[in-house]
Design a protein. Structure first.
Lengths: 364, 91
């Protein structure tokens, strides 16, 4: 692998770093990282990974830039309000370093796409903002034999570790479930929207996370595997705690996700495919909406109106209010999300989630 | 007596928590019992109805994760430092 003159100039401070050198830079250029979440942690993470020259970076985020993000999500400006975070991030990062490739996924990280997304990258960095997705990232990485560079924040505190690290002897280091075996009920653990977060905190913790990603990719130093680093910026206390694998822990698939942790899902009205069939047979007047992506719709569809999840709020005026509306996706996860968003933002009360999605319909 | 400290996220629920306190106890379960006397209600947050550690909580003794989340039978020495901390989800 060779570097252009511009790249040689750009990475000059890496080349002169004895432990890094040309070899480290080549490793970075050949590497790929999937960054899940382009928010508080994702912004510094993406900036530093891009600046450092990681060859290919995937960004998964279905969210748009909101004014309340600007206090800490330093990739975005006032001019970006309302725009896709993943797209905006790509634009800024390529302006920072045009020698790298950025892949954009304007979607949520869900069981439907988790394994597929993870499989396309060497390692994963978790910058998500909720427990369900954190467990999903963890489990997808364990199932796919990928390293998960983890960080999380709240108020003044941060936690960082390198999970599922590949040891020299071929074994894997501890993962998130070795520390916290299962997700907590949502009411017991506040998120940053409820509990607040100091704006600079994700800058600190996300930068440490970027450092661990670069260490893992280049093989420099000792990665934070088997250890959990805690930083309380309020009293400036740090702790590096030992963690170990739980021999009884086994992750077999991603099925936990639907069972445990769709926050707020319990209030969503659901129907199964036989109930839908009955509506059709009875000539019930209802609207059917498909929130999958156009390429999925092309492969197979149920004749519903296509509004991809990422556009559901912008196109909410296409969702009728004067009759029942059934929303579906592939398995029922994205459609539940769509209903949550529509109910929360626009107060819909006539929406039904098709349990099992088009997959269940096809099996019927 | 073992020294007990807490992740500051816990102070959201128990604002009176001191940075560090000393409590008698030769097992993790005894420490929690004594903690409850000092901060009534706190064990409800830390353990479930069956006395098991809640899923988002964990305890380190001298920088090592405890072994027994169910009965909290890990043995403590006089000079041990016990850290009670919880999962954070923010990003």
């Amino acid at each position: 692998m060779s570097f252009s003159k511009a790249e040689l100039n750009r990475y000059a401070r890496h080349f002169v770093l004895p432990e890094f050198g040309m070899e480290g830079q080549e490793k970075l250029k050949k590497s790929s990282v999937l960054v899940v979440g382009a928010g508080g942690l994702g912004c510094p993470l993406l900036l530093y990974l891009s600046a450092a020259g990681v060859g290919r970076i995937g960004i998964v985020d279905d969210d748009v830039v909101d004014e309340s993000n600007l206090q800490r999500q330093v990739l975005y400006t006032v001019a970006d309000l309302g725009k896709s975070k993943a797209e905006t991030a790509k634009e800024k990062l390529l302006a920072l370093n045009p020698h790298i490739q950025i892949d954009v996924y304007k979607e949520r990280f869900v069981p439907d796409n988790a394994l597929d997304l993870v499989s396309k990258y060497d390692i994963v960095a978790d910058g998500t903002d909720n427990f369900p997705t954190r467990y999903l990232v963890n489990d997808a990485c364990v199932l796919s034999d990928k390293i998960n560079v983890y960080a999380s924040i709240f108020r003044f505190e941060g936690q960082i570790s390198v999970f599922n690290y590949l040891n020299g002897d071929g074994t894997r280091g501890p993962n998130y479930r070795d520390v916290f075996p299962d997700p907590p009920p949502p009411e017991l653990v506040p998120n940053c929207a409820e509990g607040g977060v100091l704006g600079v905190l994700p800058g600190i913790i996300g930068s440490i996370q970027a450092n661990e990603v670069i260490k893992v990719l280049t093989g420099i130093g000792e990665p934070l595997s088997g250890r959990l680093f805690l930083f309380d910026t309020a009293d400036f206390s740090t702790r590096t705690l030992k963690i170990r694998k739980n021999p009884d822990l086994e992750i077999k698939d991603l099925s936990f996700y639907e069972e445990y942790c769709m926050p707020g899902r319990s209030h969503i009205k659901e129907m199964d495919v036989s109930a839908l069939q009955k509506w059709m047979d009875d000539g019930e007047d209802f609207q059917l909406i498909d929130v999958r992506e156009p390429y999925e719709y092309e492969v197979a569809n149920m004749g519903g109106e296509l509004i991809p999840l990422g556009e559901i709020l912008q196109q909410a005026d296409r969702v009728v209010r004067d009759k029942k509306v059934v929303i579906h996706c592939k398995t029922g996860v994205r459609s539940a999300r769509a209903i949550e968003q529509l109910e929360r933002q626009f107060g819909f009360s006539n929406l039904y989630n098709l349990k099992g999605g088009i997959e269940a319909w096809q099996k019927k | 007596m073992p020294k007990i400290s807490f992740t500051s996220a816990l102070k959201r629920f128990f604002p009176d928590l001191k940075e560090e306190i000393q409590l008698p106890g030769s097992k993790v379960s005894e420490i929690l019992k004594n903690l409850e006397n000092k901060y009534p209600g706190i064990t409800d947050y830390l353990v479930d109805e069956e006395g098991q550690l809640r899923k988002h909580i964990n305890i380190f003794v001298d920088g090592q994760l405890i072994q027994d989340r169910r009965e909290l039978s890990d043995v403590l020495k006089e000079e041990d430092e016990v850290l009670i901390f919880q999962a954070l989800s923010g990003g």
